[in-house]
Design a protein around this ligand. Sequence first.
Ligand SMILES: [Ca+2]
Length: 508
Amino acid sequence: MPGLLPAALAAQGRYNVVYIMTDDHTAQMMSCYDNRFVSTPNLDRIAADGVKFVNSYVANSLSGPSRACMITGKHSHKNGFTNNEHGIFDGSQQTMPKLMRAAGYETALIGKWHLVSTPTGFDYFDIVPGQGDYYNPDFIKMDGSTVTEKGYVTNLITDKAIDWMANKRDKSKPFILFIHHKACHRPWLPEMKYIRAYEDQTFALPATLYDDYEGREAAAAQEMEIGNNQHMDIVYDNKMYRPGANTRLTDLYLSMLSRMDSKDRADYDYFYDSIANRFYAQNLTGKALTEFKYQRYMRDYAKVLKSLDDNVGRTLDYLRDAGLLDSTLVVYTSDQGFYMGEHGWFDKRFMYEESFATPLVMRLPNGLSARGDIKEMVQNIDYAPTFLDIAGAKIPDDIQGESLLPLLKGKHPADWRKSLYYHYYEYPAEHSVKRHYGVSTADGWKLIHFYQDINTWELYNLNEDPQELHNLYGQPGTEKVTKRLMKELVKLQKQYDDQDALKLNNQK
Ligand SMILES: [Ca+2]
């Protein structure tokens, strides 16, 4: 529809899409979902003028794979990017940005890509290499050059996103802009203006901080415990550096800090050195060490999040001031959820609720009437078909997700899906989370199979055991529900054509 003014395009429902995705941001740390720990007023603004999905999940709880699911609308075994350690995304395949472009949209990507291959399907991109850096980060430009830019990564990504919307795009077309933040990924290096934020706050300990993993062999085998210095690095993750420190990740930590300007570095060292001096003088062990590390973790994560929230506010303010809010769908999500001490953990990967779930809120443009909480089960493979639906484009048959557009119009289709499929592959690898797949149902049951060098099944009744501490698999009285979930699992494996997993159901 070239030649139509933006207002006319919006009137036809061809809204712009601003898709904001963070890294490792979890619903426990977003006040519209959970107000125990932090306040995120700008993220909450998105939900307040639209919807909050309260049953939002990912297909594979890990950065690259999650991004590949999002951008293709397909599970990992179909898009080919199953794990970060061996993956290179095949950019020649069908992707949602390519289809949006074919439908007449201008497409742009700013920030963290993490799919190794050069992005395809974008009219414009400006990305960070790999995980990117917090301080004075490098950006890869479309001509292949790498440029180091001065500043804090969350501010820079937002500056670039606003600059693209204001000055770089073709304003005769609707657009879809992907703003992919590095925040709030490990090791949670704060913007200097917030380095002292949250220091007077003591965060409540999660009820499951000292989980003993009874009845859960894979949970017992992981390496992502806050209290274990081999898992959560006391220098890299907790910033307790002292001369002579030689933890596994000390060198990586120092290389990240070496990017700072000298004045900022002096201020950074002054702040964290004083905490480290007190810490090392105390010789903490056991629970005291775990709880010290938990408080440091929560505070640093919250600082990084504060800059993110500010920048989401800046993005919304730009859209408002530019007169774009009424014609733009604003989506906020993360590439997965995260553990904030639940089960004693940080990181993600498991199909347990904290990391299987991901925050998802949307500010809706004029004409989309849904408001408040949406309870239907949704998954990150649904974003691609949703945006294609909004663009008025045909959704190809091989896309596995469902368009959320009916839900955004306030409808509640009676035949909406009642279960979700999950498959995680990255093992052996950092954090030692075994490979697993499973099914989760709308009536609160979950069945998981851990496989490869392990062969265990887990069954949870989330209605009675929301913290997933009691594995009911094989318990008397659960035969019927186990059979029902097994049938549902096989149904989904066939529907999504996960042939490898189908064969593993009978692993001996
Ligand atoms: Ca992530």
